[in-house]
Design a protein around this ligand. Structure first.
Ligand SMILES: Cc1ncc(COP(=O)(O)O)c(C=O)c1O
Length: 435
């Protein structure tokens, strides 16, 4: 019997037949119906995470807004769930914005981010009166001021600062250090505050920072909060700036493997709120609205990738490769970041994990390895491999590498499944080609 189940969605269980069951649905039956690779989201886990973030922060700091970072994964059905749970949406492109609109997402709950927003994206944000535009550079501030003047609508904006804090995470996902392509370095920020405050068509409501992703420590958040609040106090004194909103971004870690537990949401809430309150008191600042932007921590655990096994290759004394019918085209994280994952054999959940294997993807790169050296029950061709914690940054980073088709996505809840994205077809693959 497989013991390591804590990375699976909250509703996961095992049937009498030894099949992995999620949201009351037998994953082996789902695969028979929808094929593989298949991405599955557990609605219970999704809603639970939304509620957990709201509750943990609001019980400590009532004036907290939770904005979901769409880049982790966005789709119309997911946007509806987020809307129902009362979360806002952080979008970074006109594409993410289009998905939000397709789900009738309330525009006064949408934040626009991005280090290189196009004129069209800024125009769209102004035209639809979205909640906040998070300005990332002087160039953008000037463009936005000119555009707002033309339309007559005064957008609420925030400035994204780089506080110069190292979040101690993978270099590809650290964003708060000076020299990052994101945000305005502190030494240039005074001028920006002055400019934003004097622009008659812009309403500067607050400051934003996002220091990275998969952050497991309290100190980077605390340091960044202090630095940005100190800056806000300085701006108050110099320019009369009132900090109405502090947006501390996302970055909350999730547990990918049993060996790497991460802090609970309550730890982040306690850490962030206590430092925010104590620093504001010390600086004699009014308490601002607190905004948080979790992405990964809302969707990661809800998502499971399901694959079918094919070739089994033994290299005696070295490795036993189990090949599956997906890989880096549907989940590039192991190849891109060396991200660790666990796996289960969804049709053999009650069997002994007697064999050490490496799960290889089917794509033409040696680096296309999904899980290295994991103990699993003996595997034969046609078994179903389930990889948990695949809900974040897998689907949005998918490609058609080797002209593969992007997989179907289903949502499961209380014994029923719903297709929320169909599998691509060969027609989809060739539909943009011209002869
Ligand atoms: C501005 C901003 N907010 C929030 C997030 C979400 O981060 P995470 O998914 O780690 O919570 C990101 C991720 O890159 C981001 O850039």
């Amino acid at each position: 019997m497989v013991q390591r189940q804590s990375t699976l969605p909250l509703s996961a269980g095992v049937s009498k037949k030894g099949h992995l069951v999620i949201g009351g649905c037998d994953t082996v039956e789902l695969v028979a119906e929808y094929g593989t690779p298949l991405y599955l989201f557990d609605e219970f886990t999704l809603r639970n995470k939304c509620q957990e973030f709201k509750a943990e922060f609001r019980q400590r700091y009532a004036d907290t807004t939770v904005i979901y970072a769409s880049k982790a994964f966005l789709n119309g059905a997911l946007a509806v769930i987020l809307r129902e749970e009362g979360l806002g949406l952080d979008v970074v492109s006109d594409g993410e914005f289009a998905i939000a609109r397709s789900a009738d997402f309330p525009m006064d709950m949408v934040y626009l981010h991005g280090n290189n927003k196009s004129a069209e994206e800024l125009n769209m944000a102004i035209k639809h009166h979205i909640s906040r535009i998070v300005v990332d550079s002087q160039n953008e501030l000037e463009m936005l001021a000119a555009m707002a003047e033309e339309t007559g609508h005064i957008p609420d904006i925030m400035l994204r600062l780089t506080p110069g804090v190292d979040a101690h995470t993978h270099e590809h996902i650290t964003t708060g250090i000076i020299g990052s392509k994101f945000g305005i370095p502190l030494f240039a920020a005074d001028e920006m505050v002055k400019k934003a405050m004097s622009a008659p068509n812009l309403n500067l409501v607050g400051l934003h920072f996002h220091i990275g992703s998969l952050i497991t420590e309290s100190q980077p958040y605390q340091e960044a909060i202090e630095i940005v609040l100190d800056f806000a106090a300085d701006m108050k004194q110099k320019h009369g700036f009132e900090l109405e909103e502090l947006d501390i971004g996302g970055g909350f870690a999730v547990q990918y493997t049993m060996g790497e537990p991460v802090p609970p949401v309550s730890f982040y809430a306690e850490t962030i709120v206590s430092r925010l309150i104590s620093r504001c008191r010390r600086l004699e600042l009014s308490l601002p609205m607190l905004t948080i932007e979790p992405g990964r921590a809302i969707v990661a655990q809800a998502g499971v990738a399901l694959y079918k096994t094919g070739v089994i290759k033994d290299i005696p004394g070295i490795k036993r490769y189990i090949s599956v019918d997906g890989g880096m085209a549907d989940n590039i994280r192991p190849a891109l970041y060396g991200s660790p994952y666990e796996a289960f054999v969804a049709n053999k959940m009650l069997e002994e994990e007697a064999e050490q294997v490496t799960i290889a993807g089917r794509f033409c790169e040696s680096g296309d390895i999904l899980v290295k050296d994991i103990n699993l029950p003996p595997i034969t061709r046609g078994d179903i491999i389930a990889i948990p914690v695949c809900g974040a940054y897998s689907l949005p980073l998918q490609s058609n590498y080797n002209a593969s088709l992007k997989p179907a996505v289903i949502l499961v809840k209380e014994g029923k499944e719903r297709l929320i994205r169909r599998r691509q077809t060969y027609e989809d693959l060739t539909s943009c080609d011209l002869f």
